[in-house]
Design a protein around this ligand. Structure first.
Ligand code: NDP
Length: 233
């Protein structure tokens, strides 16, 4: 069977890089992005790299041509940022940057791939959200709102595309060891996690692999929580 083609946004570090490496190991073809292609320290015969700033419309428009040529089967919307601050101190710029990077980007990049998936009558869209979107987090009104938006987007798009054999799901990680969480992880936090450890990028990548595979054929519109039990509804 021919290998499926995957786009992963923000694959130069952190969770995105873990996802890219794991997909390559499973023989997928992968196209991944960074705001600066020089930041990549990985190479592989099945890996293509592209510049993409999801907040820059010109960059997104250039990426459209690359996507059209690549013709992906699977999209992983992973790129994201935090700009944490207590609400009274949060600036409108911090609010807008986080909503633009984490939520508006999911709208823009998904738009680039859906027509191709409709033609193939097969597709997988996997959005990386966060438990912050359902649990809430002090200092993260912008981030929580963006990730709750991603989960709601996921459910609505899953309803629209289900009849065309395209599944749309999100993954909500808890605390995963990356640049984003470097300053947040401490002993007190670890003690609150039932599994008594923070996650690593492979904990998320393995779930991406499952959702990308035929084994997840009958799952759509779901948010899979990967947090060691930190947030239980
Ligand atoms: P990192 O900070 O390690 O990596 C973020 C990635 O997003 C980088 O590749 C970065 O690219 C890219 N990115 C940021 N802004 C933009 C932009 N404007 N345009 C294009 N790419 C951009 O974060 P993580 O790996 O930890 O996070 C990955 C995803 O997982 C995010 O969506 C995050 O919200 C989510 N998440 C992470 C958790 C964690 O505990 N780490 C928990 C829950 C969710 P560049 O190098 O160019 O800046």
């Amino acid at each position: 069977m021919e290998s499926k083609k995957v786009i992963v946004t923000g694959g130069n570090r952190g969770i995105g890089k873990g996802i890219v490496l794991s997909l390559l190991e499973q023989s997928y073809h992968v196209l991944t992005t960074s705001r600066d292609i020089k930041k990549f320290d990985i190479s592989h015969p099945n890996l293509k790299l592209a510049d993409l700033d999801v907040c820059d419309d010109e960059s997104v428009s250039k990426f459209q041509d690359i996507v059209n040529k690549y013709d992906p089967d699977i999209l992983i919307n992973n790129a994201g940022v935090t700009k944490d601050n207590l609400f009274l101190r949060m600036t409108e710029d911090d609010w807008n940057e986080v909503i633009d990077t984490n939520l508006n980007s999911v709208f823009k990049i998904t738009k680039l791939v859906v027509k191709g998936m409709l033609k193939k009558k097969w597709g997988r869209i996997i959005n990386i959200s966060s438990i912050s979107g359902s649990m809430g987090n002090s200092g993260q009104t912008n981030y929580s709102a963006s990730k709750a938006g991603v989960d709601a987007f996921t459910r609505s798009l899953a309803k629209e595309l289900g009849s065309r054999n395209i599944t749309v799901n999100s993954i909500a990680p808890g605390f995963i060891q990356t640049d984003m969480t470097e300053s947040l992880i401490n002993e007190d936090l670890v003690m609150k996690i039932p599994l008594k450890r923070v996650g690593n990028v492979d904990d998320v990548a393995s779930i991406v692999n499952f959702l990308a595979s035929e084994e997840s054929n009958y799952i759509t519109g779901q948010t899979l929580v990967v947090d060691g039990g930190l947030f239980m509804k």
